[in-house]
Design a protein around this ligand. Structure first.
Ligand SMILES: Nc1ncnc2c1ncn2[C@@H]1O[C@H](COP(=O)(O)OP(=O)(O)O)[C@@H](O)[C@H]1O
Ligand SMILES: [Mg+2]
Length: 229
């Protein structure tokens, strides 16, 4: 028996009998008008096999993070079923997204275009946005997070440190395939049992922008390139 507790844009979340959660990866990807965009808040298109491909890459990265002793929610994955068993976590507030940027693209460029050039290198710049579709995921500062009781200053620095570590692992892995990571988006939460801050959600092509020889790599192609021998 499992209980559907949340229907997301790209995944459904079930509660299992033992208290763990099951994430079901769907073939829906974010974007607009049929064009993929990792920053979008709407489902833009459905691609056959996208869920399974996203899960494969997610599994590979979460297993790598485990070897590096980076705390995550990962328990195991079933590729056939496109499901991943995870440790339940409480998100911060109603959910935050944490972005690590190596090059100026996407919303960073839209906001800071007066000063930043497209594709300009950024030094693993971390920024946090609020998951709030209605308000287009506004960025929020460390001070505002602590004032609003969403994240203490200590928690903020844990999240930023973990983000740089995890993004570094992904960047390295892509680099071995001649692919450059421009930016990537994560979610974190507090482990329901231990209170520890852990990486949750997924690490798939849908959460990052990657380029090979200056050309943008779509999520499905990225997953193929990363997983082939
Ligand atoms: N370990 C976890 N504990 C609790 N919630 C989680 C965990 N991992 C992922 N989630 C949540 O499950 C949802 C996954 O579905 P998704 O389609 O990505 O949702 P969204 O449309 O909110 O991005 C997200 O809201 C994410 O915050
Ligand atoms: Mg999501």
């Amino acid at each position: 028996m499992m209980n559907l507790i949340y229907t997301g844009k790209t995944k459904d979340v079930y509660e299992l009998n033992d208290g763990n959660y099951l994430l079901k990866f769907k073939d829906d990807v974010t974007g607009e008008n049929g064009v993929f965009d990792p920053g979008a808040n709407t489902v833009g298109l459905t691609i056959e096999g996208a869920g399974r491909a996203g899960l494969k890459l997610t599994k590979m990265f979460f297993e790598k993070l485990k070897e590096d002793d980076i705390p995550t929610h990962y328990v195991d994955a079933n590729i056939e079923e496109a499901t991943m068993t995870v440790i339940p976590a409480a998100v911060f507030g109603k959910g935050l997204e944490v972005i690590c940027r190596y090059r100026a693209v996407g919303s960073f460029l839209r906001r800071y275009g007066m000063y930043a050039e497209e594709g300009q290198p950024l030094d693993a710049f971390v920024e946090i946005t609020i998951k709030d579709d209605e308000r287009q995921d506004p960025p929020i500062t460390e001070d505002a997070l602590s004032m609003l009781g969403i994240l203490t200053k200590d928690e903020y620095s844990v999240v930023v440190d973990l983000t740089k570590k995890v993004a570094g692992v992904v960047k390295e892995a892509l680099c071995t395939k001649g692919i450059e990571l421009y930016d990537i988006k994560f979610e974190f939460g507090r482990n329901n049992k231990t209170g520890e801050i852990i990486l949750i959600d997924e690490i798939s092509g849908g959460n990052m922008r990657a380029f090979k020889e200056g050309k943008y790599i779509e999520p499905l192609l990225l997953e193929k390139l990363m997983l082939e021998e």
